[in-house]
Design a protein around this ligand. Structure first.
Ligand code: NAD
Length: 331
């Protein structure tokens, strides 16, 4: 089997999982990792049977692709260095801190004919994979991403830290241009926003209402999509999708399907059965699947699932939200 010579840059909280998983993926030959904190990288690398390099250049000379798992402020600089060494890039989310940096990185990668995949991990969440067999054409979306306080990630706003996951997924599902943004956010415990809410209106007519918080007592990661005759509820923490559909009375679910009629609404000709389905959610590790997908894209020369341009698009909307929070429209 053809294997991808692969390295990990940044072996902190998330980078350690990249190392652990890359060491187990058959399509990947994990050459080693690099972190400015060599001691930390050495501990993790030795437990995974790989090498902690003390020079980034030495690692880049030996690999064809890397995961970049350093703080977001470093993504562009580290990414450009990797492209100088002709490496394909898996970059954790958000792609970069600014749209200008993202454009620079994407342009360089295009010139060098290298792939960029961005770590928008929720695309690989079993809840999203379970709902993939349904046609998604939402008219209204409600997204809540609430986490407990954690000192990590406080250097950036909750919009770039958490809300960006939902922004990417919503842009991917709605497939329409954002026409207007109405955002607010407040800094409660850190210097950047800890809670933010935004209402996005799309050219298609869809409206998405997103709330993100990193100072909540009760964690929640849910997205509810409403579309003609259908309600799709995704729970990213529980990794499940619940689907409610309106059907003609007497509708028979296909044999083997989980569909069951749970109630009836309306009367006479207007009567409709409410049919509940719980599609099977694959038992996958989303980060592992992302890395496998990236390796497959590089080895087979195909477009990755989350290309750099889509990472840039999510960042552009996130930055527009931040700009509006910083300078709200006068009343
Ligand atoms: P972290 O601070 O725990 O780890 C970052 C590591 O990078 C540290 O070990 C640090 O020493 C190292 N580092 C810093 N600059 C470096 C450089 N120039 N070269 C090499 N090493 C360098 O951060 P983290 O929580 O692991 O986050 C890393 C990235 O992953 C961020 O972009 C973050 O947004 C992203 N992230 C994504 C998710 C997700 O759900 N996909 C979750 C957490 C973090």
């Amino acid at each position: 089997m053809q294997k991808l010579d692969f390295g990990v840059i940044g072996v902190g909280h998330l980078g350690r999982y990249h190392v652990q998983l890359a060491a187990e993926i058959p399509e990947i030959n994990l050459v080693g990792a690099f972190d400015l904190n060599h001691e930390q990288a050495s501990g993790i690398c030795s437990s995974c049977g790989t090498k902690a390099f003390s020079s980034l250049e030495d690692l880049l000379d030996r690999v064809d692709a890397v995961s970049i798992v350093v703080p977001t402020s470093q993504h562009c600089q580290v990414g450009l260095k990797c492209l100088e060494h002709n490496c394909h890039l898996f970059i954790e989310k958000p792609i970069t801190s600014t749209v200008k940096e993202a454009e620079q990185l994407i342009a360089r990668a295009d010139q060098a004919k290298r792939i960029i995949q961005v770590g928008h991990i929720e695309r690989f969440n079993p809840a999203v994979l379970a709902a993939a067999k349904y046609e998604i054409r939402p008219m209204f979306i409600e997204a809540h991403r609430l986490s407990r306080f954690n000192p990590r990630g406080l250097d950036v706003s909750v919009v770039l830290d958490l809300m960006i996951h939902d922004l990417d997924l919503i842009l991917y599902l709605v497939k329409s241009r954002v026409n207007s943004i109405d955002a607010c956010g407040v800094s409660v415990v850190s210097e950047a926003e800890d809670i933010a809410n935004v209402r996005l209106k799309f050219q298609s007519g869809c409206v998405a209402n997103l709330t993100s918080s990193r100072i909540s007592l009760n964690p929640m990661r849910r997205m509810r999509l409403f579309q003609k005759n259908q309600y799709i509820a995704l729970d990213f923490m529980e990794k499940k999708a619940d689907i409610f559909q309106l059907k003609e009375p007497g509708y028979q679910a296909a044999p083997g399907s989980s569909g069951m009629t749970v109630s009836r609404i309306g009367v006479g000709d207007q009567a409709r059965d409410v049919v509940y389905e719980k599609p099977e959610a694959p038992d996958v590790n989303a980060l592992q699947m992302e890395l496998e997908e990236f390796a497959g894209a590089v080895l087979n020369g195909r477009e990755p699932e989350v290309p750099g341009a889509q990472g840039r698009q999510a960042l552009e909307v996130a930055n527009a939200i931040l700009a509006q929070i910083a300078s709200p429209d006068p009343v």
